[in-house]
Design a protein around this ligand. Structure first.
Ligand SMILES: C[S@@+](CC[C@H](N)C(=O)[O-])C[C@H]1O[C@@H](n2cnc3c(N)ncnc32)[C@H](O)[C@@H]1O
Length: 201
């Protein structure tokens, strides 16, 4: 089994990666994360997908590659320069909506929406506003995080934040959590909407 070597990449990815390198953007999702996301979104026919932290659109490109024609993807990014790269290469796809805004502000406006998969790839939805973002997830929907294994660019004290995040997610009765030593370290969780979202102590 050759995880990376056998990957077929989304067609837009090479051009996005060139611009990503040119911008010096160092927080891009890894190919194996993209591959996992592409596989997961494929299970959600006509699905509604939410990404927090578009960056230059790398995970966006992977997810669009897996989505069917009826699916929709909303991705939010507060840095217009980064999002412009994603828009330039993926903006012609009618399934995707790019939102240039603070992710927390978007989440506050999105109260009535429900998503089949949420990829929380920024602080909002991961280290802040977790409950608000999980409230947007449908019963049976996937909640996905990456960068959960120690990374060279983690600031001092970040490991403790990750541990606290994981402990908090595991306490939630309505979330089934699996951690994967895959790529940068993945949380793959599914919402069980028949249970309350309160933590079980
Ligand atoms: C880990 S990177 C995202 C990588 C991207 N998903 C990919 O696949 O390559 C996190 C992104 O979140 C953005 N960001 C940080 N704080 C934000 C906020 N409050 N609202 C929206 N975007 C934010 C950063 O500018 C950065 O592009």
């Amino acid at each position: 089994m050759r995880d990376i070597e056998d990957l077929t990449q989304p067609s837009a990815l090479s051009a996005i990666l060139i611009e990503t390198t040119r911008l010096g953007f160092s927080m891009a999702s890894e190919p194996l994360t993209g591959s996992l996301l592409r596989t997961l979104v494929r299970s959600k026919g006509g699905g509604h997908i939410f990404e927090l932290g578009t960056g230059t659109g790398i995970a966006t490109a992977w997810m669009l590659d897996g989505l069917d024609a009826h699916a929709r993807l909303v991705t939010v990014e507060h840095d217009g320069t980064l999002a412009a790269v994603a828009k330039r290469h993926l903006g012609n796809d009618p399934r995707v909506t790019f939102v240039i805004d603070d992710a927390a502000a978007y989440v506050a406006r999105a109260g009535g929406r429900r998503f089949d998969l949420i990829f929380a790839d920024t602080w909002v939805g991961k280290f802040t506003h977790v409950d608000e973002v999980l409230a947007l997830l449908k019963d049976g929907g996937f909640y996905v995080l990456d960068d959960m294994l120690p990374q060279p660019n983690w600031p001092d004290g970040h490991a403790g934040k990750v541990d606290a995040l994981l402990a908090g997610l595991r306490r939630k009765q309505n979330l089934m959590v699996t951690t994967l030593s895959w790529a940068s370290g993945i949380v793959l969780a599914v919402k069980n909407g028949s249970l309350p979202d309160t933590a079980s102590n």
